[in-house]
Write a protein that binds this ligand. Structure first.
Ligand SMILES: Nc1ncnc2c1ncn2[C@@H]1O[C@H](COP(=O)(O)OP(=O)(O)OP(=O)(O)O)[C@@H](O)[C@H]1O
Ligand SMILES: [Mg+2]
Length: 376
């Protein structure tokens, strides 16, 4: 029979910290590009680094260390819940994800226990990373897939519908010729023909919309895009007394994009603004470099088109980008869907800030093409 004696866990060797090492370790954590938040067994914050403050949107404060984490994170109930369970959970979350309620940011996080060399637990540390940009890229990817599937379906339907529509139109025309003296029948047949033409126009428009986008990428200036778009919009809708102000700094870098399609973006947004304003009020078109939130983020420009019109009621804001969603009697509801498709094609983003009675601002964020990609 064999006997085993219970032994104390072996000491972890190799990390014999000196004061200088201590500072070094602290600097590693402070400068980490992950958010780090560590607490002791009593729940007091031992350390929170800059990236954590940025992601959680809390102002860094020397007083933070020593405070109870639930006080520091009073706006982040979900994070509090995770940290509160750190010392009870049998398996700690590893590479889990969650959405932060206050900002809508998505973070990926790992929770670890802080043990000493004798494996006694002294605290817990939460490591996390802002995944919002990754999430947005995935969302765009999903939208692209959805549009591709929709495109295939629409192309099939269009193919099936186009021929019978053409036959209806032709045959109605033949019958109309045969009933030259029957005005009542001729009127009805003319209606059939114009309805068939309308149905055909819708099929053509859908096909146009779902066709994969082809961009002619070149070096282009946003100021020029806006200057070209204004007359295009004014040709579609009377501007009346509406003032249009353009505030685009001269020094804004040229971007890598399709000039005509970007003109279409600004034109569609401007038409919507002018339609909402009904000949009154003001539109402001502005652009600026976007301040990088993260070091590795490529440079981006932000183009904002805002009006002081009636705004969009909260209950429909989510649907305005959907194809065929319109509140206008003559609208096709494709204006913003096309805008989104073009912005997506440029790997950009678009979002809207609005509310009934608050005016409307559409913000388009576009990557500035890297000089290397343009061959200069
Ligand atoms: N600046 C704005 N102010 C108020 N509502 C807006 C504004 N922009 C868009 N909307 C709302 O969003 C809906 C969808 O806009 P979208 O441009 O896609 O279609 P549309 O303008 O109705 O038709 P189309 O552009 O095809 O002629 C509009 O019907 C309107 O209700
Ligand atoms: Mg429109």
């Amino acid at each position: 029979m064999k006997f085993t004696t219970a032994k104390a866990p072996p000491l972890k060797r190799g990390l014999m910290a000196t004061a200088a090492d201590d500072r070094f370790f602290r600097n590693i954590v402070t400068n980490m590009r992950n958010g780090v938040l560590a607490i002791d067994r009593e729940g007091r914050v031992v350390m929170i680094n800059e990236e954590a403050c940025r992601i959680l949107e809390i102002a860094p404060d020397a007083e933070d260390s020593g405070r109870h984490f639930s006080e520091l994170l009073r706006h982040h109930h979900d994070v509090v819940r995770i940290l509160a369970g750190a010392f009870e959970m049998s398996t700690l979350p590893n590479r889990a994800e969650m959405r932060l309620k206050p900002s809508g940011k998505v973070i990926g996080y790992t929770l670890s226990l802080v043990r000493d060399e004798r494996l006694r637990v002294h605290g817990a540390a939460l490591f996390f990373k802002d995944l919002t940009l990754v999430e947005q890229a995935e969302e765009r990817e999903r939208l692209r897939d959805r549009l591709a599937a929709l495109g295939e379906m629409a192309a099939t339907i269009a193919h099936e519908v186009k021929n019978p529509l053409a036959s209806i139109e032709v045959m109605a025309g033949l019958v109309r010729r045969q009933v030259a003296e029957r005005d009542d029948l001729r009127g009805m047949l003319s209606d059939i023909i114009s309805e068939a033409k309308m149905a055909n126009a819708i099929v053509v428009e859908v096909l146009e919309f779902v066709r994969p986008i082809r961009l002619q990428m070149d070096r282009t200036s946003l100021l020029k895009v806006v200057e070209d778009a204004i007359p295009l919009a004014e040709r579609k809708i009377a501007r009346g007394e509406t003032r249009i102000a353009v505030a685009i700094p001269e020094g804004l870098p040229a971007i890598h994009g399709d000039h005509h399609q970007l003109c279409q973006v600004v034109t569609n947004l401007l038409i919507n603004a002018l339609e909402a304003l009904g000949g009154q009020g003001a539109v402001r078109i502005s652009a600026r470099m976007k301040a990088a939130e993260m070091e590795e983020q490529p440079p981006e420009v932000e183009l904002v088109i805002e009006d002081d019109g009636p705004g969009i009621p909260a209950e429909i804001t989510d649907r305005v980008f959907n194809p065929f969603f319109t509140t206008k009697p003559q609208g096709s509801g494709l204006g913003l869907a096309i805008v989104r498709k073009i912005v997506d094609g440029h790997d950009g983003r678009i979002d809207v800030t609005t509310g009934a009675g608050r005016g409307t601002a559409f913000k388009v964020t576009l990557p500035v093409g890297l000089p290397g990609q343009l061959g200069f």
